[in-house]
Design a protein around this ligand. Structure first.
Ligand code: RAM
Length: 361
């Protein structure tokens, strides 16, 4: 396997020549090798050296689902701070809409041409970015997904906010408690293609299939596309379509805020229960005015910081994305890579009127 410097030089040369490269001179099992199969990404890394020095002077680009979303602003600021602490540089690019998949693809291609060292991306769609991300990896770029994953073969590591299963099940449990396990419920999601929301919804349905929820019925799923106005209108639509609706789960910070805003100004306030994933700053007023009892989230800044640490650990050769590898992420502690290259940040936090003022994000 060529030395890391040579790997990078080969990658840089290849990127300069063409994005559709064949870096045979770089040879061996390095990530410059062209492999077309889905396992190319992680299988081509070689062996991790947990004691390799942490590289400095890297550039890691964050590509969130959507740049004008306060959740991603906080997450990416966490990434920026972590990179600063590690002696590397941060940049952020991205689309204004959470459904501009071709825009996300263009950004990946541009970052590949710019030869950044790492990309941390929250995918709007599981498959759409694959070709572009594989191209990035063939060009020596480390690819970390955070918040919303692609297919596992199209990135090195997925930094997940919490176990997807825990998130899906606990949202149903929270609503179940609030409804006394009775009534019609609906889901107000983000984009129809969003990997993270769709995974959580899968676990919500699995949870709802348990005998305890036999009197709770999922009657509809709407998509507000992480757009405030669309989410507001979709909430209104759900209530019109299902006059007996007793509760809504919105697993998106944009959706839950818009739904709370709608409910808060309507006759349904306090009657139709709302839970899901929101930021304490967005939801504080709706918890205090009795629209929302409890909801959950993780600390987005920590998620961004963990993604930054993972990208630098990959670039330094300390990890390759294989199950069982461990890496230290500054003050966040030490993390172990699990199945399919997934790293979980931790458990979600539940916020209610007694606890919400402890959190400022
Ligand atoms: C929105 C986005 C993001 C999701 C959060 C909970 O901001 O859809 O992907 O993780 O909500």
């Amino acid at each position: 396997m060529p030395a890391p410097g040579i790997r990078k030089a080969c990658a840089a040369l290849a990127a300069a020549v063409t994005l559709a490269l064949t870096a045979t001179a770089c040879g061996g099992t390095t990530k410059n090798s062209v492999k077309d199969d889905d396992t190319a990404a992680r299988a081509s890394h070689g062996k991790a050296d947990p004691h390799a020095p942490v590289k400095k002077g890297l550039t890691v680009a964050f590509l969130p689902k959507q740049v004008n979303n306060p959740y991603f602003t906080v997450a990416d600021q966490g990434g920026e701070q972590a990179l600063k602490d590690l002696g590397s540089s941060f940049k952020e690019v991205g689309t204004n809409s959470a459904t501009d998949t071709s825009g996300q693809v263009s950004y990946v291609n541009t970052l590949t041409q710019q030869r950044v060292d790492g990309i941390a991306v929250s995918a709007q769609d599981p498959g759409a970015l694959c070709t572009a991300l594989k191209q990035a990896m063939r060009n020596g770029i480390e690819v970390v997904t955070y918040d919303s994953d692609t297919d596992a073969g199209c990135r090195d590591v997925f930094v997940s906010q919490a176990s997807a299963e825990a998130l899906g099940r606990t949202e149903v449990q929270l609503l179940g408690e609030q409804l006394g396990y009775k009534g019609e419920i609906a889901i107000l999601s983000a984009a129809q293609t969003a990997t993270n929301q769709n995974t959580w919804i899968g676990f919500m349905k699995d949870e709802l299939a348990k005998p305890r929820y036999k009197n709770m019925k999922l009657v509809g799923t709407a998509y507000g596309n992480d757009d405030a106005q669309q989410s507001f209108q979709q909430t209104q639509g759900l209530l019109q379509e299902h006059p007996r609706l007793a509760g809504i789960i919105s697993p998106t910070t944009v959706g839950i805020k818009a739904a709370a805003q709608y409910l808060s100004g309507s006759r349904y306030k306090g009657k139709v229960k709302l839970t899901g994933l929101g930021t304490p700053n967005d939801m504080r007023r709706y918890v205090k005015n009795g629209t929302v009892d409890a909801f959950e989230l993780w600390d987005p800044a920590k998620l961004g910081a963990l993604a930054a640490h993972a990208a630098v650990a990959l670039s330094s050769g300390r990890i390759t994305g294989q199950r069982g590898e461990t890496f230290r992420a500054g003050g966040l502690g030490t993390f172990t890579i699990g199945d399919k290259g997934v790293v979980d940040l931790g458990e979600p936090t539940v916020f209610d009127k007694d606890t919400i003022d402890r959190y400022k994000f």
